[in-house]
Write a protein that binds this ligand. Sequence first.
Ligand SMILES: Cc1cc2nc3c(=O)[nH]c(=O)nc-3n(C[C@H](O)[C@H](O)[C@H](O)COP(=O)(O)OP(=O)(O)OC[C@H]3O[C@@H](n4cnc5c(N)ncnc54)[C@H](O)[C@@H]3O)c2cc1C
Length: 420
Amino acid sequence: MKILILGAGVIGVTSAWYLAKAGHDVVVIDRQPSAGLETSFANGGQISPCHAEPWANSSTLKTALKWIGRKDAPLFFHFDHLDPSILIWSIRFLLNCTSFRSRINTERILRIALYSLSSLQSLRTETGINYDQKTTGILHIYRNKKSFNHAITVAEMMNKIGLLREIKNADEVLSIEPALVSIHKELAGGIFTASDESGDAYKFTKNLANLCVKRGVIFHYNTTIIGLEMTAGQLVSVATNNGRMKSDAFVIALGSCSPSIARQIGINLPICPAKGYSTTIVITDPNKAPSVAITDDENKLVYSRLGNRLRCAGTAELATWNLEINPTRVNIVTAKSRTLFPDIGDFDNPQIWCGLRPVTPDSIPIIGRTQISNLFLNTGHGTLGWTMSCGSGRLLTDLISNRLPDIDMSGLSLNRFRII
Ligand SMILES: Cc1cc2nc3c(=O)[nH]c(=O)nc-3n(C[C@H](O)[C@H](O)[C@H](O)COP(=O)(O)OP(=O)(O)OC[C@H]3O[C@@H](n4cnc5c(N)ncnc54)[C@H](O)[C@@H]3O)c2cc1C
Protein backbone atom coordinates (compact mmCIF):
# COMPACT_ATOMS: atom_id res chain seq x y z
CA MET A 1 0.00 0.00 0.00
CA LYS A 2 1.20 3.55 -0.69
CA ILE A 3 1.38 5.56 2.53
CA LEU A 4 2.00 9.29 2.85
CA ILE A 5 3.39 10.37 6.22
CA LEU A 6 2.86 14.01 7.13
CA GLY A 7 5.82 15.16 9.24
CA ALA A 8 9.48 14.07 9.46
CA GLY A 9 10.08 14.48 13.19
CA VAL A 10 11.15 11.49 15.27
CA ILE A 11 7.58 10.15 15.13
CA GLY A 12 7.16 10.47 11.35
CA VAL A 13 10.58 8.95 10.66
CA THR A 14 10.16 5.96 13.01
CA SER A 15 6.73 5.38 11.44
CA ALA A 16 8.37 5.46 7.99
CA TRP A 17 11.02 2.94 9.09
CA TYR A 18 8.59 0.32 10.39
CA LEU A 19 6.07 0.84 7.56
CA ALA A 20 8.82 0.40 4.95
CA LYS A 21 10.05 -2.71 6.76
CA ALA A 22 6.52 -4.10 6.59
CA GLY A 23 6.64 -3.76 2.80
CA HIS A 24 4.67 -0.55 2.21
CA ASP A 25 5.61 2.18 -0.30
CA VAL A 26 6.32 5.12 1.98
CA VAL A 27 6.58 8.81 1.19
CA VAL A 28 7.26 11.45 3.90
CA ILE A 29 6.70 15.19 3.55
CA ASP A 30 7.96 17.98 5.77
CA ARG A 31 8.20 21.76 5.54
CA GLN A 32 11.79 21.77 6.80
CA PRO A 33 14.89 21.14 4.65
CA SER A 34 15.63 17.83 6.44
CA ALA A 35 14.33 15.49 9.14
CA GLY A 36 14.05 16.24 12.86
CA LEU A 37 14.45 20.01 12.74
CA GLU A 38 11.46 21.03 14.90
CA THR A 39 10.54 19.60 18.33
CA SER A 40 12.76 16.55 17.82
CA PHE A 41 15.83 18.74 17.38
CA ALA A 42 17.35 19.47 20.81
CA ASN A 43 15.11 17.84 23.40
CA GLY A 44 16.24 16.51 26.78
CA GLY A 45 17.61 13.33 25.21
CA GLN A 46 16.16 10.98 27.81
CA ILE A 47 14.61 7.63 26.87
CA SER A 48 12.63 7.61 30.04
CA PRO A 49 9.87 5.13 30.86
CA CYS A 50 10.62 6.34 34.41
CA HIS A 51 8.86 9.61 33.48
CA ALA A 52 5.57 7.81 32.91
CA GLU A 53 3.74 9.83 35.56
CA PRO A 54 1.47 12.14 33.51
CA TRP A 55 1.56 15.93 33.90
CA ALA A 56 -2.03 15.75 35.14
CA ASN A 57 -1.74 14.04 38.52
CA SER A 58 -2.98 14.53 42.06
CA SER A 59 -0.13 16.86 43.07
CA THR A 60 -0.10 19.00 39.88
CA LEU A 61 -2.66 21.58 40.95
CA LYS A 62 -1.10 22.18 44.38
CA THR A 63 2.35 22.62 42.81
CA ALA A 64 1.05 24.79 39.94
CA LEU A 65 -0.73 27.14 42.38
CA LYS A 66 2.61 27.83 44.09
CA TRP A 67 4.10 28.82 40.73
CA ILE A 68 1.38 31.30 39.69
CA GLY A 69 2.78 34.77 38.94
CA ARG A 70 6.43 33.62 38.99
CA LYS A 71 8.17 34.44 35.70
CA ASP A 72 10.79 31.77 36.47
CA ALA A 73 8.20 29.06 37.31
CA PRO A 74 8.82 25.68 35.64
CA LEU A 75 5.20 25.78 34.36
CA PHE A 76 3.58 28.88 32.87
CA PHE A 77 0.11 29.22 31.27
CA HIS A 78 -0.49 31.80 28.54
CA PHE A 79 -4.05 32.82 29.43
CA ASP A 80 -3.84 35.68 26.91
CA HIS A 81 -4.14 33.41 23.84
CA LEU A 82 -6.98 31.20 25.01
CA ASP A 83 -9.08 29.78 22.19
CA PRO A 84 -12.05 27.42 22.78
CA SER A 85 -10.01 24.29 21.95
CA ILE A 86 -7.42 25.20 24.61
CA LEU A 87 -10.23 25.82 27.08
CA ILE A 88 -11.67 22.34 26.40
CA TRP A 89 -8.13 20.91 26.63
CA SER A 90 -7.73 22.57 30.06
CA ILE A 91 -11.00 21.10 31.34
CA ARG A 92 -9.90 17.65 30.18
CA PHE A 93 -6.52 18.18 31.83
CA LEU A 94 -8.19 19.10 35.15
CA LEU A 95 -10.42 16.01 34.97
CA ASN A 96 -7.26 13.90 34.70
CA CYS A 97 -5.73 15.38 37.88
CA THR A 98 -7.05 12.64 40.20
CA SER A 99 -5.11 9.72 41.67
CA PHE A 100 -7.52 7.33 39.93
CA ARG A 101 -6.99 8.80 36.42
CA SER A 102 -3.28 9.30 37.03
CA ARG A 103 -2.82 5.60 37.81
CA ILE A 104 -4.66 4.55 34.62
CA ASN A 105 -2.69 7.05 32.52
CA THR A 106 0.66 6.01 34.06
CA GLU A 107 -0.02 2.38 33.13
CA ARG A 108 -0.85 3.34 29.53
CA ILE A 109 2.24 5.55 29.16
CA LEU A 110 4.48 2.91 30.69
CA ARG A 111 2.97 0.27 28.40
CA ILE A 112 4.07 2.20 25.29
CA ALA A 113 7.34 3.48 26.78
CA LEU A 114 8.63 0.02 27.79
CA TYR A 115 7.60 -1.47 24.44
CA SER A 116 9.31 1.45 22.74
CA LEU A 117 12.55 1.02 24.67
CA SER A 118 12.78 -2.65 23.68
CA SER A 119 11.93 -1.70 20.07
CA LEU A 120 14.72 0.90 20.07
CA GLN A 121 17.17 -1.67 21.43
CA SER A 122 16.25 -4.13 18.66
CA LEU A 123 16.52 -1.40 16.03
CA ARG A 124 19.96 -0.48 17.37
CA THR A 125 21.14 -4.09 17.20
CA GLU A 126 19.68 -4.55 13.74
CA THR A 127 21.06 -1.36 12.16
CA GLY A 128 24.03 -0.31 14.31
CA ILE A 129 22.56 3.22 14.35
CA ASN A 130 24.54 5.76 16.37
CA TYR A 131 23.12 8.76 18.23
CA ASP A 132 25.44 9.41 21.21
CA GLN A 133 23.45 6.80 23.09
CA LYS A 134 24.07 5.95 26.73
CA THR A 135 22.61 2.91 28.44
CA THR A 136 23.62 3.80 31.99
CA GLY A 137 20.17 4.57 33.42
CA ILE A 138 18.37 7.67 34.69
CA LEU A 139 18.78 9.01 38.22
CA HIS A 140 16.05 11.21 39.73
CA ILE A 141 17.33 13.48 42.50
CA TYR A 142 15.45 15.16 45.39
CA ARG A 143 16.44 17.79 47.92
CA ASN A 144 13.03 18.06 49.52
CA LYS A 145 11.78 15.22 51.75
CA LYS A 146 8.13 15.79 50.81
CA SER A 147 8.68 15.58 47.05
CA PHE A 148 10.99 12.59 47.58
CA ASN A 149 8.20 10.81 49.48
CA HIS A 150 5.71 11.55 46.67
CA ALA A 151 8.25 10.22 44.15
CA ILE A 152 8.70 7.03 46.19
CA THR A 153 4.93 6.40 46.02
CA VAL A 154 4.99 6.86 42.24
CA ALA A 155 8.10 4.67 41.89
CA GLU A 156 6.44 1.90 43.92
CA MET A 157 3.40 2.10 41.64
CA MET A 158 5.65 1.79 38.56
CA ASN A 159 7.52 -1.13 40.15
CA LYS A 160 4.16 -2.93 40.35
CA ILE A 161 3.45 -2.19 36.67
CA GLY A 162 6.81 -3.59 35.56
CA LEU A 163 9.52 -0.92 35.68
CA LEU A 164 12.23 -1.55 38.26
CA ARG A 165 13.01 1.74 40.07
CA GLU A 166 15.35 1.68 43.07
CA ILE A 167 15.12 4.08 46.03
CA LYS A 168 18.55 5.46 47.02
CA ASN A 169 19.86 7.54 49.93
CA ALA A 170 22.14 10.55 49.40
CA ASP A 171 25.36 8.51 49.63
CA GLU A 172 24.07 5.92 47.18
CA VAL A 173 23.07 8.72 44.79
CA LEU A 174 26.62 10.01 44.91
CA SER A 175 28.13 6.63 44.27
CA ILE A 176 25.91 6.21 41.18
CA GLU A 177 26.83 9.69 39.96
CA PRO A 178 29.95 11.21 41.60
CA ALA A 179 29.50 14.38 39.49
CA LEU A 180 26.68 15.38 41.88
CA VAL A 181 29.21 16.10 44.63
CA SER A 182 28.34 19.83 44.72
CA ILE A 183 24.85 19.07 46.14
CA HIS A 184 25.61 15.92 48.17
CA LYS A 185 24.77 17.60 51.49
CA GLU A 186 21.44 18.96 50.18
CA LEU A 187 20.17 15.63 48.83
CA ALA A 188 17.17 13.92 50.45
CA GLY A 189 17.66 10.95 48.15
CA GLY A 190 17.13 9.67 44.67
CA ILE A 191 15.45 7.05 42.52
CA PHE A 192 17.49 5.11 40.00
CA THR A 193 16.09 3.44 36.91
CA ALA A 194 18.97 1.38 35.56
CA SER A 195 17.15 0.20 32.42
CA ASP A 196 16.47 3.72 31.08
CA GLU A 197 18.67 5.30 28.43
CA SER A 198 19.52 8.58 26.72
CA GLY A 199 20.74 9.84 23.36
CA ASP A 200 20.50 12.59 20.79
CA ALA A 201 17.01 12.44 19.24
CA TYR A 202 18.04 14.64 16.30
CA LYS A 203 21.04 12.46 15.38
CA PHE A 204 18.81 9.40 15.66
CA THR A 205 16.09 10.92 13.46
CA LYS A 206 18.56 12.12 10.84
CA ASN A 207 20.42 8.79 10.73
CA LEU A 208 17.22 6.74 10.67
CA ALA A 209 15.89 8.92 7.81
CA ASN A 210 19.05 7.98 5.87
CA LEU A 211 18.44 4.31 6.61
CA CYS A 212 14.82 4.76 5.47
CA VAL A 213 16.05 6.15 2.14
CA LYS A 214 18.15 3.00 1.69
CA ARG A 215 14.93 0.99 2.18
CA GLY A 216 13.19 2.97 -0.56
CA VAL A 217 11.36 5.65 1.47
CA ILE A 218 11.01 8.93 -0.44
CA PHE A 219 11.32 12.21 1.51
CA HIS A 220 9.97 15.49 0.11
CA TYR A 221 11.44 18.32 2.18
CA ASN A 222 10.65 22.05 1.92
CA THR A 223 7.08 20.91 1.34
CA THR A 224 4.44 22.67 3.39
CA ILE A 225 1.04 21.05 3.82
CA ILE A 226 -1.73 23.49 3.04
CA GLY A 227 -4.83 21.30 3.04
CA LEU A 228 -6.33 17.83 3.00
CA GLU A 229 -8.64 16.85 0.15
CA MET A 230 -11.54 14.40 0.58
CA THR A 231 -13.71 12.52 -1.91
CA ALA A 232 -16.61 10.26 -0.92
CA GLY A 233 -15.56 10.10 2.73
CA GLN A 234 -11.95 9.18 1.95
CA LEU A 235 -8.82 11.28 2.07
CA VAL A 236 -7.45 11.33 -1.47
CA SER A 237 -4.65 13.87 -1.49
CA VAL A 238 -2.70 16.46 0.40
CA ALA A 239 -2.33 19.94 -1.06
CA THR A 240 1.16 21.39 -0.59
CA ASN A 241 3.18 24.36 -1.80
CA ASN A 242 4.77 21.87 -4.25
CA GLY A 243 1.50 20.56 -5.63
CA ARG A 244 -0.99 17.80 -4.82
CA MET A 245 0.20 14.43 -3.41
CA LYS A 246 -2.04 11.37 -3.66
CA SER A 247 -1.83 8.18 -1.61
CA ASP A 248 -3.79 5.12 -0.50
CA ALA A 249 -3.38 5.92 3.21
CA PHE A 250 -2.15 8.90 5.23
CA VAL A 251 -0.53 9.35 8.64
CA ILE A 252 -0.63 12.61 10.58
CA ALA A 253 2.64 12.94 12.54
CA LEU A 254 2.85 16.72 12.68
CA GLY A 255 3.53 17.13 16.40
CA SER A 256 2.00 20.36 17.74
CA CYS A 257 0.82 21.30 14.22
CA SER A 258 -1.38 18.20 13.94
CA PRO A 259 -4.62 19.82 15.25
CA SER A 260 -4.68 22.71 12.77
CA ILE A 261 -4.30 20.35 9.78
CA ALA A 262 -6.71 17.68 11.10
CA ARG A 263 -9.36 20.30 11.93
CA GLN A 264 -9.75 21.05 8.20
CA ILE A 265 -11.51 17.70 7.76
CA GLY A 266 -13.48 17.80 11.01
CA ILE A 267 -11.08 15.89 13.26
CA ASN A 268 -10.47 17.62 16.58
CA LEU A 269 -7.21 16.64 18.23
CA PRO A 270 -6.85 17.61 21.90
CA ILE A 271 -3.20 18.66 21.65
CA CYS A 272 -1.80 21.78 23.28
CA PRO A 273 1.69 23.15 22.54
CA ALA A 274 3.96 23.32 25.60
CA LYS A 275 7.06 25.33 24.91
CA GLY A 276 10.27 24.15 26.53
CA TYR A 277 13.91 25.14 26.44
CA SER A 278 17.21 23.38 26.27
CA THR A 279 20.80 24.46 26.61
CA THR A 280 23.72 22.41 25.39
CA ILE A 281 27.28 23.03 26.49
CA VAL A 282 30.54 21.56 25.32
CA ILE A 283 32.20 19.56 28.10
CA THR A 284 35.81 20.57 28.68
CA ASP A 285 36.39 18.49 31.84
CA PRO A 286 34.84 15.04 31.24
CA ASN A 287 35.94 13.79 34.67
CA LYS A 288 33.59 16.22 36.42
CA ALA A 289 30.65 15.72 34.03
CA PRO A 290 27.81 13.26 34.74
CA SER A 291 27.83 9.91 33.00
CA VAL A 292 24.29 8.84 33.88
CA ALA A 293 21.25 10.83 32.77
CA ILE A 294 19.77 12.90 35.59
CA THR A 295 16.35 14.31 36.36
CA ASP A 296 16.14 17.14 38.89
CA ASP A 297 12.47 16.57 39.65
CA GLU A 298 11.87 19.59 41.89
CA ASN A 299 13.28 21.98 39.27
CA LYS A 300 11.68 19.98 36.43
CA LEU A 301 14.98 19.75 34.54
CA VAL A 302 16.56 16.79 32.76
CA TYR A 303 20.25 16.29 31.95
CA SER A 304 21.76 14.01 29.33
CA ARG A 305 25.36 13.43 28.44
CA LEU A 306 25.53 13.38 24.62
CA GLY A 307 29.12 12.49 23.77
CA ASN A 308 31.22 15.52 24.66
CA ARG A 309 28.13 17.69 25.28
CA LEU A 310 25.79 18.14 28.24
CA ARG A 311 22.16 18.81 27.36
CA CYS A 312 19.85 20.31 29.98
CA ALA A 313 16.15 20.77 29.18
CA GLY A 314 12.94 21.77 30.86
CA THR A 315 10.34 24.44 31.67
CA ALA A 316 6.89 24.51 30.10
CA GLU A 317 4.80 27.36 28.74
CA LEU A 318 1.38 26.08 27.80
CA ALA A 319 -0.76 27.42 24.94
CA THR A 320 1.82 29.49 23.10
CA TRP A 321 3.00 29.17 19.50
CA ASN A 322 5.72 31.75 19.94
CA LEU A 323 9.12 30.20 19.26
CA GLU A 324 11.13 33.23 20.33
CA ILE A 325 13.75 32.60 23.01
CA ASN A 326 12.77 34.24 26.30
CA PRO A 327 16.14 35.06 27.96
CA THR A 328 14.69 34.91 31.51
CA ARG A 329 13.44 31.38 31.03
CA VAL A 330 16.40 29.96 29.13
CA ASN A 331 18.86 31.56 31.55
CA ILE A 332 17.22 29.62 34.39
CA VAL A 333 18.03 26.38 32.59
CA THR A 334 21.67 27.37 32.07
CA ALA A 335 22.06 28.73 35.60
CA LYS A 336 20.61 25.62 37.26
CA SER A 337 22.88 23.30 35.26
CA ARG A 338 25.88 25.46 36.13
CA THR A 339 24.99 25.20 39.84
CA LEU A 340 24.70 21.44 39.59
CA PHE A 341 27.84 20.84 37.54
CA PRO A 342 30.16 23.84 38.00
CA ASP A 343 33.43 23.80 36.05
CA ILE A 344 32.56 21.06 33.58
CA GLY A 345 32.46 23.31 30.52
CA ASP A 346 31.70 26.64 28.89
CA PHE A 347 28.41 27.78 30.45
CA ASP A 348 28.93 31.31 29.07
CA ASN A 349 28.35 30.13 25.50
CA PRO A 350 25.55 27.56 25.61
CA GLN A 351 23.71 26.46 22.49
CA ILE A 352 20.14 27.46 23.28
CA TRP A 353 16.95 26.13 21.74
CA CYS A 354 13.22 25.93 22.30
CA GLY A 355 10.51 23.63 20.96
CA LEU A 356 6.81 22.89 21.32
CA ARG A 357 5.86 19.61 22.97
CA PRO A 358 2.57 18.27 21.55
CA VAL A 359 0.76 17.55 24.84
CA THR A 360 -2.56 15.73 25.27
CA PRO A 361 -4.62 16.27 28.46
CA ASP A 362 -3.68 12.79 29.77
CA SER A 363 -0.06 12.80 28.44
CA ILE A 364 -0.81 9.71 26.33
CA PRO A 365 -0.13 9.93 22.59
CA ILE A 366 -2.89 9.41 20.03
CA ILE A 367 -2.08 6.35 17.93
CA GLY A 368 -4.56 4.70 15.60
CA ARG A 369 -7.41 5.03 13.17
CA THR A 370 -9.78 7.94 12.66
CA GLN A 371 -13.37 8.06 11.40
CA ILE A 372 -11.82 8.41 7.91
CA SER A 373 -10.78 4.84 7.16
CA ASN A 374 -7.54 5.67 5.30
CA LEU A 375 -6.32 8.34 7.74
CA PHE A 376 -4.19 7.33 10.75
CA LEU A 377 -2.75 9.30 13.67
CA ASN A 378 0.62 9.09 15.39
CA THR A 379 0.86 12.29 17.35
CA GLY A 380 0.47 14.02 20.74
CA HIS A 381 3.56 12.47 22.36
CA GLY A 382 4.09 15.45 24.67
CA THR A 383 7.12 15.20 26.94
CA LEU A 384 7.98 11.64 25.87
CA GLY A 385 8.04 11.62 22.06
CA TRP A 386 11.65 10.45 21.87
CA THR A 387 10.98 7.77 24.51
CA MET A 388 7.86 6.45 22.77
CA SER A 389 8.90 6.91 19.13
CA CYS A 390 9.96 3.40 18.08
CA GLY A 391 7.07 1.69 19.89
CA SER A 392 4.55 4.14 18.41
CA GLY A 393 5.91 3.57 14.89
CA ARG A 394 5.66 -0.19 15.31
CA LEU A 395 2.13 -0.08 16.73
CA LEU A 396 0.95 2.17 13.91
CA THR A 397 2.51 -0.18 11.36
CA ASP A 398 0.73 -3.19 12.82
CA LEU A 399 -2.62 -1.36 12.70
CA ILE A 400 -2.14 -0.22 9.09
CA SER A 401 -0.91 -3.68 8.06
CA ASN A 402 -3.88 -5.38 9.78
CA ARG A 403 -1.53 -7.28 12.11
CA LEU A 404 -2.17 -7.85 15.79
CA PRO A 405 0.00 -5.34 17.74
CA ASP A 406 2.40 -6.81 20.32
CA ILE A 407 0.82 -4.82 23.17
CA ASP A 408 -2.72 -3.95 24.20
CA MET A 409 -3.83 -0.85 22.26
CA SER A 410 -6.75 0.07 24.52
CA GLY A 411 -6.82 3.69 25.64
CA LEU A 412 -4.35 4.89 23.00
CA SER A 413 -6.61 6.03 20.16
CA LEU A 414 -8.59 9.24 19.67
CA ASN A 415 -11.74 7.40 20.78
CA ARG A 416 -10.80 7.86 24.43
CA PHE A 417 -11.75 11.57 24.10
CA ARG A 418 -15.30 10.84 22.89
CA ILE A 419 -16.78 11.45 26.34
CA ILE A 420 -14.46 13.95 28.04
C1 LIG B 1 12.41 21.15 25.96
C2 LIG B 1 11.97 19.76 25.56
C3 LIG B 1 12.55 18.67 26.16
C4 LIG B 1 12.14 17.37 25.82
N1 LIG B 1 12.77 16.30 26.37
C5 LIG B 1 12.41 15.04 26.02
C6 LIG B 1 13.09 13.92 26.57
O1 LIG B 1 14.06 14.04 27.31
N2 LIG B 1 12.64 12.67 26.24
C7 LIG B 1 11.57 12.49 25.39
O2 LIG B 1 11.17 11.35 25.18
N3 LIG B 1 10.93 13.54 24.83
C8 LIG B 1 11.31 14.81 25.12
N4 LIG B 1 10.67 15.88 24.58
C9 LIG B 1 9.50 15.64 23.72
C10 LIG B 1 9.87 15.26 22.29
O3 LIG B 1 10.90 16.09 21.80
C11 LIG B 1 8.63 15.37 21.39
O4 LIG B 1 7.56 14.65 21.94
C12 LIG B 1 8.91 14.83 20.00
O5 LIG B 1 10.01 15.49 19.42
C13 LIG B 1 7.70 15.03 19.11
O6 LIG B 1 8.04 14.51 17.85
P1 LIG B 1 7.07 14.69 16.61
O7 LIG B 1 7.69 13.98 15.48
O8 LIG B 1 5.68 14.37 17.01
O9 LIG B 1 7.07 16.29 16.37
P2 LIG B 1 8.13 17.17 15.57
O10 LIG B 1 9.51 16.76 15.85
O11 LIG B 1 7.76 18.59 15.83
O12 LIG B 1 7.81 16.80 14.06
C14 LIG B 1 6.69 17.31 13.36
C15 LIG B 1 7.15 17.64 11.95
O13 LIG B 1 6.02 18.14 11.23
C16 LIG B 1 6.47 19.15 10.37
N5 LIG B 1 5.35 20.04 10.04
C17 LIG B 1 4.54 20.71 10.89
N6 LIG B 1 3.60 21.39 10.20
C18 LIG B 1 3.82 21.15 8.90
C19 LIG B 1 3.17 21.56 7.69
N7 LIG B 1 2.10 22.36 7.68
N8 LIG B 1 3.67 21.11 6.52
C20 LIG B 1 4.75 20.27 6.50
N9 LIG B 1 5.40 19.85 7.58
C21 LIG B 1 4.93 20.28 8.78
C22 LIG B 1 7.57 19.86 11.15
O14 LIG B 1 8.48 20.52 10.29
C23 LIG B 1 8.20 18.73 11.95
O15 LIG B 1 9.39 18.25 11.34
C24 LIG B 1 11.09 17.19 24.87
C25 LIG B 1 10.53 18.30 24.25
C26 LIG B 1 10.96 19.58 24.56
C27 LIG B 1 10.36 20.76 23.87
